[in-house]
Design a protein around this ligand. Structure first.
Ligand SMILES: *Cc1c(COP(=O)(O)O)cnc(C)c1O
Length: 434
């Protein structure tokens, strides 16, 4: 499989090149030349297959000959080493819980697949792979955990001092080894600006392979198809499910749409958004306008200009009517989100984080108007990651899961730096040459 750049200037890249580059040299997003069609038997046999075989079938055509089948199988097995349960909330709504991985967020799967592929590629690579990432909280933790002790890789994470939750800060700073945290005296935008400056700086690219690990990377994006299919392997209803996906940069929902194109049975997709609703407005008007992001209680979805929008347009060849036939969207306010958390707890004793609750609210609205339909919402984070919001709404403490206890005991190790490029650059250089 080859990948082209959606800016259509850079040359084609194979899976290895596209994964290592992250973004194409012309700054475009990579896109697969051909979406594979799955064997009908693969879908009808899902219940009999284990999760590694399912993941392997899905990823094999995308990886091609860049990784041997044996090695790919091992990478998938290791990537999927936790549970993806489909939990029944009520007669018509199930939640696919994607928060049983090491950092309790759905990003664990994509980050683990990416890190293990990079670890493999580093073996035939003289230079060290250096992953540079700016985070407002969730992404950095998933990337740190995924790359921890992956040979041939160093990870440098920039995070805004005082602006991440205590659990998130531990996930960024307590691992050590090849994971390095720079605590920046500034906000997330400063971190992102510093990372962009480093990528644009030629000197930073000498002596190492400097790369990113954000959600536009094809390895993260495409591997997310796996859990949609794992949901179907646990689905026992007589109708195909409607999927509601908490959406920010739209990588997650775009993976679901690609899976549907390959043959996964899905009745419809709902892009569940908070007040950041560039996509919701696009479906309504046919015109896309990027917006400045606004702050909400579902902050991992505070994105004003979703980077994967362009991939959705590509998948449907720019056909607006066809996009509308497959996807609808709804924007949910903080008040409605809080009410959804409260109601799900009161009615079904189910505790949701704010992102998942938005999907729940959009699904309820849709099912009210469509009596024959049933749905799956994607649970993208564990409620304990947003304790101040959730505990106040449900008036109940959420115990810290055992998976987090160990890291909460470890000491924080981070280098405190001003938001100054020269100082950040010097620190990164030191980490690379150490
Ligand atoms: C990142 C994130 C999202 C948004 O996912 P996209 O793929 O960017 O649309 C939703 N929920 C949570 C909890 C997240 O961390």
């Amino acid at each position: 499989m080859n990948y082209y750049s959606l800016n259509r200037i850079s040359p084609l890249a194979n899976f290895r090149q596209a994964t290592l580059n992250g973004q194409a040299p012309d700054k475009g997003l990579y896109y697969p030349e051909k979406i594979p069609s799955w064997d009908k038997q693969f879908i009808s046999n899902l219940r009999k297959l284990d999760k590694t075989s399912i993941g392997f079938e899905i990823m094999k055509p995308y990886v091609g000959s860049c990784i041997s089948e044996d090695q790919l199988y091992n990478i998938i097995e290791d990537t999927l080493a936790f549970d993806f349960p489909l939990k029944k909330i009520n007669d018509r709504i199930h939640c696919l819980e994607l928060f049983h991985g090491p950092t309790l967020a759905f990003k664990d799967l994509g980050a683990r697949f990416l890190s293990r592929c990079m670890g493999k590629f580093s073996q035939d690579q003289d230079e060290k792979i250096v992953v540079l990432v700016a985070t407002s909280g969730d992404t950095g933790g998933a990337v740190a955990d995924a790359f921890y002790k992956v040979p041939g890789t160093e990870v440098v994470i920039l995070y805004p001092s005082g602006k991440v939750s205590p659990v998130q800060e531990k996930q960024l700073t307590a691992l050590g080894d090849n994971i390095h945290a720079l605590e920046i005296q500034g906000d997330f935008d400063d971190c992102q600006r510093l990372v962009k400056m480093a990528f644009a700086d030629k000197e930073m690219h000498t002596g190492c392979l400097l790369t990113s690990s954000n959600s536009i990377n094809i390895s993260r994006w495409l591997s997310q198809q796996i859990y949609y299919v794992l949901a179907l392997s646990q689905w026992h209803e007589e109708v195909d499910p409607v999927f509601a996906v908490p959406s920010g940069n739209f990588g997650n929902i775009c993976a679901g749409l690609v899976a549907q194109r390959s043959g996964m049975p899905a009745k419809h997709f709902i892009a569940a958004c908070n007040r950041n609703k560039a996509f919701t407005d696009y479906l309504e008007s046919g015109e896309y306008h990027a917006r400045p992001s606004v702050q909400t209680i579902s902050n991992a979805m505070d994105v004003g200009d979703p980077s994967n929008f362009i991939r959705i347009v590509e998948l449907f060849e720019g056909d607006y009517t066809n996009i509308k036939n497959h996807i609808s969207s709804m924007s949910v306010s903080d008040e409605e989100t809080a009410l959804a958390i409260k109601n799900a707890y009161a009615q079904y004793n189910y505790i949701m984080d704010p992102h998942t609750a938005i999907a729940y609210k959009t699904m309820q609205d849709r099912l009210e108007k469509n009596n024959e339909e049933k749905g799956i919402i994607l649970g993208t984070a564990h409620p304990v990651k947003f304790p101040t919001v959730v505990e106040e709404i449900i008036q109940q403490d959420i115990p810290i899961p055992a998976a987090l206890e160990e890291i909460m005991k470890k000491p924080k190790k981070a280098l405190l730096l001003p938001a100054d490029y020269n100082q950040v650059k010097a620190s990164i250089k030191q980490i690379i040459t150490a």
